[in-house]
Design a protein around this ligand. Structure first.
Ligand SMILES: [Zn+2]
Length: 254
């Protein structure tokens, strides 16, 4: 899965990119386009460097465009209209064992990277996000770019474990990451000191509690997936991970 394919490009993930980012495949007959939706496919070259590509350009760069279906998608909880992303070439309808393994691998990588890297790197995020039991696997993944089947099973077992708080499960961490990206974009684009202060307070709340209410999302002007922050068990008195308990401020942001 991680060997270089024709042209040396390895599909790594679909992720958010800064809206000012330009597609790496700017040559040939294509115009040097940007990413108005703020999402791109990230491909890695033979030297290990990662570059953003539009979907069509990523497909053109890969000998097996269907591999784009197998990368972790960190943008799934955004609200980009699906029509903006034309269908990839039809894959066989039958979901064979190899496809199931590929889907589990992508899910495991996504959870590992969300927990140990993307959400863990959110400023002032609560320390329960970065999980000591995943440190070794994460270090190996950083070195090799891949996971062994036993590591995939271990990661998915942690994600599903009853001892993993609901706010630290995959879908909620994806919501946190998505809201974080969107708040940072709004903060970067805002010219009002009061608005920036308000957005930063929401961002701090998100970092500490790993949730935002529908009211907070609306007040910030963030459009997200209609089911954002509604995963099972993330609300209620038992929902907060232990480190957040007792540190919660008054509910003024609700
Ligand atoms: Zn392009």
């Amino acid at each position: 899965m991680t060997q270089a394919h024709d042209g040396g490009w390895i599909p790594v993930r679909k992720d958010f990119v800064d809206p000012a980012t330009r597609c790496h495949a700017r040559g040939a007959s294509r115009r040097h386009h940007g990413f108005p939706e703020g999402q791109a496919y990230i491909l890695r070259d033979a030297a290990g460097h990662e570059y953003p590509f539009g979907e069509d350009c990523a497909r053109a760069a890969l000998a097996q465009p269907a591999l784009l279906r197998r990368v972790p998608d960190y943008t799934e909880r955004d609200v980009v209209p699906r029509t903006a992303w034309p269908e990839l070439p039809a894959a066989p309808r039958r979901r064979d064992a190899a496809q199931a393994r590929a889907a589990e691998r992508a899910a495991a990588i996504r959870y590992l990277v969300l927990r140990m890297e993307k959400v863990a790197a959110v400023p002032r995020v609560q320390p329960t996000v970065r999980f000591p039991a995943l440190e070794d696997i994460y270090a190996q993944y950083q070195r090799s770019g891949d996971l062994a089947p036993a590591q995939v099973r271990r990661i998915l077992a942690i994600e599903r474990s009853p001892s993993t708080p609901p706010r630290l499960r995959a879908t909620n961490l994806l919501d946190v990451y998505t809201a974080h990206v969107k708040l940072e974009r709004l903060i970067a684009a805002s010219t009002s000191v009061d608005n920036i202060r308000f957005l930063r307070s929401l961002h701090d709340w998100l970092a500490r509690h790993l949730v935002l209410t529908a009211g907070q999302l609306a007040a910030a002007g963030i459009a997200m997936h209609p089911q954002a922050f509604t995963s099972a068990g993330i609300w209620g008195p038992e929902a907060e991970p232990p480190a957040a308990a007792g540190k919660a401020r008054s509910g003024s942001l609700f």
